[in-house]
Ligand binder design. Structure first.
Ligand code: NDP
Length: 322
C-alpha cells in the first residue's frame, strides 16, 4: 500500500509517498481503509521534530474510513462499519491498523470525510469551550486564528453556548469566514493591535478566556486582554513555542490562570471519547455545526498541503485523499 513517511525531520520535502507493507490487525485492533486523512498542525510538529517521534514515521493522527477486518477480541466495531478516529499515528496511508478502543462508529448521515474532518479539531473545539473553560452567557472569549481548522469550530461552539466571541485573523477573507462562523467581532491582528482592540471592544474590562493556538507572537499580549480571574488557554504554537514563564505574571495580571491542555487528556477514556465525539458528530448531523472542508489534496501531494498550512493559506479543514 501507499503511505506518506518521514525518515528524518525537516521541511515538507522530507515527506515521501512510498510503498510500505499493508498492516494486519493485531489483538484489539481493526483495519481501516482510509477514505480521508485529516491534516492537523500536530503533523507539522512531528515532521519537523518539534515533537519527538521515532523515524521513519507515517504521519497523520486522524482519519475516516471503513473497517475491513478486525483482530482477535474486538467488540467495538465490525467489518463494514464507517468509522473515524484521532490520536493514533499513521493516518497518511491507504490502510491503518487502529486500536478499536479509539474508533467511533459514525452516525448514519455523517460521511467518512466529515468524520475525518471532525475528530481532532472538532473535539478540540468542544473540550476548549465546554470543559477547559465552560463558556456561558455573559462570558466574552478571544479566539486567535479564528478562521483556522479549530478556530472556525470554536467560534461556532462558543456562540452556541451564548458567549460573545472576538476572533483574530490575518486577512479580510478570513475575517468574513470567522464572522460566518459566529464571531461577533473580528480583529486583523496582522495590521491592528489586538490588545488595544480587545480593550476597546470590552470597554476596558477584558475577556474571561483567551484561546491561544498561535503561541510565540500572541501569548504575552494575550494576558493583557484577560479580565481578573480569567484564563489563558494556550493550546498550540503555530507561530513557534512560547518562552519560559514566570508564575508571578498570573498574579500581576489579576489572579488569572494558565493552562496548556491537550485533546488526549480530554478523551483519555472510551466513555469520554464516545461522549465528546457523539456530541460533535450529532451537531454535524443536525446541521448545528458546519465543517468547512473545501480544501482537499491527493495523499501523494501531502507535502503541498503542509506548505499551504504553514504558509497560512488554508482555512477550516484540509483533507488528504488516498
Ligand atoms: P490552523 O488551521 O489554525 O492553522 C494555523 C493558523 O495559525 C494559520 O492559518 C494562521 O491563521 C495562524 N498563524 C498565526 N501565525 C502563524 C505562523 N507564524 N505560521 C503559521 N500559522 C500561523 O491549524 P489547526 O486548526 O490544525 O491547529 C491550530 C492550532 O491548534 C495549532 O497550533 C495546533 O497545534 C493546535 N491544536 C492543539 C490541540 C490541543 O489539544 N492542544 C488540538 C488541535 C490543534 P491566520 O492567518 O489567521 O493568522
Amino acid at each position: 500500500m501507499k503511505a506518506v513517511r518521514v525518515h528524518a525531520p525537516g521541511g515538507p520535502e522530507v515527506m515521501k509517498y512510498e510503498d510500505v507493507a499493508a498492516p494486519t490487525p493485531k489483538a484489539g485492533e481493526a483495519l481501516v481503509k482510509v477514505d480521508a486523512a485529516g491534516l492537523n498542525y500536530i503533523d507539522v510538529y512531528f515532521r519537523t521534530g518539534q515533537y519527538k517521534v521515532e523515524f521513519p514515521v507515517t504521519l497523520g493522527m486522524e482519519a475516516g474510513g471503513t473497517v475491513t477486518a478486525v483482530g482477535p477480541g474486538v467488540t467495538e466495531v465490525k467489518p463494514g462499519d464507517k468509522v473515524a478516529y484521532t490520536g493514533v499515528p499513521g493516518a497518511y496511508a491507504e490502510l491503518a491498523a487502529v486500536a478499536a478502543q479509539r474508533l467511533v462508529v459514525l452516525p448514519a448521515g455523517v460521511s467518512t470525510r466529515q468524520g475525518a474532518a471532525a475528530m481532532l479539531q472538532g473535539m478540540t473545539a468542544h473540550y476548549l469551550a465546554c470543559s477547559t473553560w465552560p463558556l456561558k452567557s455573559g462570558d466574552t472569549c478571544l479566539v486567535h486564528a479564528a478562521a483556522g481548522g479549530v478556530g472556525l469550530l470554536l467560534c461556532q461552539i462558543a456562540r452556541m453556548r451564548g458567549a460573545r466571541v472576538i476572533g483574530t485573523v490575518s486577512t479580510e477573507e478570513k475575517a468574513k469566514l470567522a464572522r460566518g462562523a459566529g464571531a461577533h467581532e473580528v480583529i486583523l491582528y496582522t495590521t491592528q493591535d489586538f490588545e488595544a482592540e480587545v480593550k476597546r471592544l470590552t470597554g476596558g474590562k477584558g475577556v474571561q478566556v483567551v484561546y491561544d493556538s498561535v503561541g510565540k507572537t500572541t501569548f504575552d499580549k494575550g494576558f493583557n486582554c484577560l479580565a481578573a480571574r480569567g484564563m489563558m488557554v494556550l493550546y498550540g504554537q503555530s507561530s513557534g513555542p512560547v518562552g519560559m514563564f514566570d508564575p508571578q505574571v498570573l498574579n500581576q495580571k489579576g489572579s488569572v490562570c494558565l493552562t496548556r491542555p491537550s485533546l488526549f487528556h480530554y478523551v483519555a477514556t472510551r466513555a469520554e471519547l464516545l461522549e465528546r465525539a457523539g456530541e460533535v458528530l450529532g451537531w454535524i448531523h443536525d446541521g448545528r455545526l458546519k465543517l468547512r472542508t473545501e480544501l482537499e489534496f491527493p495523499l501523494k501531494d501531502a507535502a503541498e498541503a503542509h506548505r499551504a498550512l504553514e504558509g497560512r493559506r488554508t482555512t477550516g479543514k484540509v483533507l488528504l485523499i488516498p
